[in-house]
Design a protein around this ligand. Sequence first.
Ligand code: ZN
Length: 185
Amino acid sequence: MQLLRSVSSAPKMPRLRYRCPDCRDIHDGLPDLCFALPDAIFELDPEQRQARALVSSDLCVLDDERYFIRCVLEVALADHTDVFAYGLWAEVKARDFNRYAVYYNTEAPATASQFEGAIANRLPLTEETLELACAISLSNEEGMRPALRVLNASHSLHGEQETGVELSRALALVGTMRGFVTIID
Ligand SMILES: [Zn+2]
């Protein structure tokens, strides 16, 4: 007698979930590797931050002369339908910042959908990303953060955006964030 077997030879895709330190719930997928602030502001002591920086969840200004917006860089996960995302800040020109600020605050359609900037966070477990040139696209979808693309084709992060990352690397990146517990089954 022959045992019944699954006809599919594809390996079973693991289910990814995580426990979120903010709401203490379990969410599907992997958490974004995200930064609450641009590094230049994060590095300030609380007094300096208070005096020199204007801070919100998506827009920051430092010394009235450096402008930052929060973006997202999604990468495919190898052998998986889920995606992995970096929640990164980009430093942009005042003109582009102001344009985005209007868009962000009013949900008005973007007048210019793409501009350039520089990544404002140093990623863990990755070659230098601070000041890496990037293209930023404003989404027409409500509530979507601007999408960031690395321009330098020889940078490893550019490779990730083109071809995706292994699950093991995504898990290692998530492991650098405090408080998140990933569940794979
Ligand atoms: Zn949560």
